[in-house]
Design a protein around this ligand. Structure first.
Ligand code: SIN
Length: 459
């Protein structure tokens, strides 16, 4: 049993089973047993389960949102948004379950026909994070179920309840016994992770989390050559050219930067503003953040900024701000906590005069701190934006279509928002390049990640 605490106050809100590697092996065995028939079910029957799951998430949206709010510390309005975002993945995979295509080709040898078929990969190990306690699960599990796979999920230790609530709804949706299994743990996180990533019956690992942990899990998964998809850390550049529509830019930036209190891996991490618009941009940005980003009780519908997940996350952000200030940046908004703030709270902050020497330029901030850099030319900003080991998302604001396409093609990332601050959409394949990982979730690729393509060559 482990105790779970509310991020805002540290008060206990419940307990959860502390599961072991033995429990994990039991879950994998259940998943393996259910796979023997689930992989043969008709796509339309899997679509029906997902459809009912989607409907139940909407029916119980308020309860799911409150669970998420309490365990993650996200204000209720943002928690509701996440539930409908999370459900949208089940909605998407309802359709995808029935749209699984192979292809045919004429073989190189005369008379040969090449035909591919898509088959479920097998038992899938899913490991998710606390920043999207519901959506990270549905995005992976929706694709796995649509493909005909069974799942063993280890949710983040910080947010087990959203996962358990989803499991309950999955059962009510008619998900067969053993198809969706949840292993909760706090003290045995690395042992359970190892059990999942090394077990010979698990054929695929789908992980969202840090690049550091991703590398470890990949090494473990390589012992049995599992198929993997890893959605890891980001350091998103947000590029504002002189001709950008300022009002649209603000809308996109506020939505992207402060979503989940900045604790998202696609959050704008380095905001590059061209010199001609730089000062006007800063003044407007500060004005809008001051009036629109509101912190207070997470139960208050009007609030948009919650607490950080724990003290360690808050301390990291404080350190990055101090480092930047010590190297010449200045805070035009926020910058430090008030002594009477809730324990894990950090205020919305804007830092200006950022430079590449500052730690925040090469670290995923993961907090409500917006860091603004000035740039002069397109070449210069593309070079700076690509100066990162990771490449998940990027954003470009310009009214010049030629510039937008040129820069979008030059940026080393998996996802680019052009005149939008949100790239997350069930129809969009989500994923990165470089050390942000590989594999895609959602979109057409979302189901393929859970399938093997088998070729039959016929004569
Ligand atoms: C993430 O931060 O890991 C996911 C963000 C999203 O789905 O928009």
């Amino acid at each position: 049993m482990f105790i779970y605490r509310y991020p805002t106050t540290g008060d206990q809100i419940g307990t959860c089973p502390e599961m072991s590697t033995d429990d994990t092996n039991t879950a994998i065995a259940a998943a393996q047993r259910s796979l023997t028939y689930f992989k043969h079910t008709a796509p339309k029957d899997r679509a029906k389960i997902l459809r009912r799951w989607f409907d139940l998430m909407h029916t119980h949206q308020e309860t799911l949102a409150r669970i998420l709010m309490y365990e993650n510390g996200r204000p209720i309005s943002g928690a509701r948004q996440e539930i409908s975002y999370a459900a949208s993945f089940f909605g998407w995979f309802v359709g995808e379950a029935e749209r699984s295509y192979g292809y045919t080709a004429t073989g190189g040898a005369p008379g040969n026909r090449v035909i591919t078929i898509q088959q479920p990969v097998g038992v899938v190990g899913v490991l998710t994070t606390w920043n999207f306690p519901s959506a990270m699960i549905t995005r992976k599990v929706g694709g796995a179920i649509a493909a005909g796979c069974s799942v063993v999920l280890k949710p983040a230790a910080e947010t087990p309840y959203s996962a358990l609530a989803l499991a309950d709804l999955g059962e009510r949706a008619g998900g067969p016994h053993g198809v969706f299994n949840v292993v909760t743990t706090d003290r045995h996180v690395s042992d359970v992770g190892k059990a999942i990533t090394t077990h010979e019956d698990v054929k695929k690992i789908s992980f969202t989390g840090s690049t550091r942990v991703g590398k470890l899990l990949m090494a473990q998964a390589s012992t049995t050559m599992k198929k993997c998809s890893f959605e890891l850390g980001g350091n998103a550049p947000f590029i504002v050219f002189n001709d950008a529509d300022l009002s649209k830019t603000m809308q996109g930036l506020l939505a992207g930067k402060f979503r989940g209190s900045g604790q998202t891996c696609v959050s704008p991490n380095r905001i590059y503003v061209q010199s001609g618009i730089h000062d006007t941009f800063l003044a407007e940005f500060a004005r809008q953040v001051k009036s629109l980003i509101k912190a207070g009780s997470v139960e208050d519908e009007r609030m948009t900024l919650g607490c950080m997940i724990n003290a360690k996350a808050r301390e990291k952000v404080e350190h990055l701000v101090q480092d930047a200030k010590g190297k010449g940046a200045s805070a035009i908004l926020g910058g430090e906590r008030k002594p009477d703030s809730p324990q894990n709270f950090f205020p919305a902050t804007i830092l200006r005069d950022m430079t590449p020497e500052m730690e925040a330029s090469r670290t995923e901030i993961f907090g409500p701190v917006a860091t603004v850099y000035r740039f002069y030319t397109e070449e210069d900003v593309v070079r700076q934006a690509n100066h990162s080991e990771v490449g998940l998302a990027a954003y470009i604001y310009t009214d010049n279509l030629a510039v937008a396409w040129r820069v979008a093609e030059a940026l080393q990332v998996g996802m680019t928002g052009i005149n939008t601050g949100i790239v997350s959409d069930p129809a969009a394949p989500f994923g990165g390049v470089k050390e942000s990982g590989f594999g895609r979730e959602g979109g057409r690729h979302g189901i393929e990640e859970f399938q093997n393509s088998k070729v039959c060559v016929c004569f």
